[in-house]
Design a binder for this molecule. Structure first.
Ligand code: CO
Length: 305
């Protein structure tokens, strides 16, 4: 069976083998506490210190708790900068490694780590490495990692459907423009793939990114070639933060809104984080479900990868 979530077999150490070996580790008994039998879900996102960023994330947690009330849910932010900023405001948010250590200390034996990133880019791969290192050093804790939002072609098409449904029925003359982050990581190729999937489903749908490809000029060229005079601008970002408020819909001359407006296109920004869209949350939580399934499965024999 092809595991859709990555059971930390990404390179070298095979976690399943590790957890099998862990059954006899003496440290395990010492750590058994209340809750040892329970499973935790660790939700991991880049993080944001912007007011309002928490709304969509809270909805992810609420959906998860409604679907899987037996799970203990924890959070970690991958951005050190965001964590430092929040700490200054008196809010302590853990890194993924810190959160895993805390779960181990609480006596959990199984943790499904779910990436709330959009693509399997640098952030996701750092999370995978951090999680893998933790699992190798803590064989008593079984860990599985759920894929980010767009993990494969099925996700790409599901996300396309979710975004177009959210945008509502198409209107002649209106360009639907999503703006994602973009990445110089090889997985940045996910963005042109999503642009293709959107355009295939809806010719007036476009995707651009603030820091990669496709870029503003690519989207502008598409809108002009189609002769569209209106655009709805929507972030393809987990939470609403600086990129949405400044790069996409800000009033400065170099924002997407300003540049489109300067080209004679009537722009309506619709700043809703994708974590606020139920059908998008369902994709992430589907990945978490697969990771949980992997945790419940029998430990496999050690295998060379
Ligand atoms: Co950025």
């Amino acid at each position: 069976m092809l595991l859709k979530s990555l059971v930390l077999q990404l390179g070298g150490a095979c976690l399943l083998a590790l957890s099998l070996a862990a059954a006899s580790a003496p440290a395990v008994a010492a750590e058994t506490k209340a809750g040892a039998a329970r499973t935790a879900a660790l939700l991991v996102t880049f993080g944001s210190s912007h007011a309002g960023a928490a709304a969509g994330l809270a909805q992810v947690e609420a959906d998860l708790k409604a679907a899987r009330p037996e799970l203990s849910v924890r959070w970690a932010y991958t951005s050190e900068k965001v964590r430092a900023r929040l700490a200054k405001q008196g809010q302590k948010v853990l890194s993924p490694a810190e959160a895993l250590a805390a779960l181990r200390a609480e006596g959990f034996k199984r943790v499904a780590v779910q990436s709330l990133h959009v693509i399997a880019g640098a952030e996701f791969h750092e999370l995978a490495a951090e999680t893998r290192a933790f699992a190798a050093a803590n064989p008593g804790l079984r860990v599985a990692l759920g894929r980010p939002l767009i993990g494969d072609n099925d996700d790409l098409l599901a996300l396309t459907g979710a975004l177009l449904a959210e945008a509502g029925p198409p209107r002649p003359g209106l360009a639907l423009v999503w703006v994602g982050h973009g990445s110089h990581h090889p997985a940045g190729l996910t963005y042109p793939a999503l642009a293709w999937a959107l355009a295939r489903a809806q010719p007036n749908a476009f995707l651009g990114t603030v820091e990669g490809k496709p870029d503003f000029d690519d989207v502008m060229a598409g809108i002009q070639a189609a002769g569209l005079k209106e655009a709805r601008l929507m972030p393809l970002l987990t939470v609403i933060g600086e990129h949405s408020k400044e790069d996409i819909a800000g009033d400065a001359a170099d924002s997407w809104k300003s540049r489109l407006t300067a080209a004679g296109i009537a722009v309506t920004p619709a700043l809703r984080a994708i974590s606020e869209i139920k059908a998008v949350r369902d994709i992430w939580l589907g990945h978490l479900g697969l990771a949980l399934k992997d945790l419940e499965g029998k430990p496999a024999k050690a295998k060379k990868h």
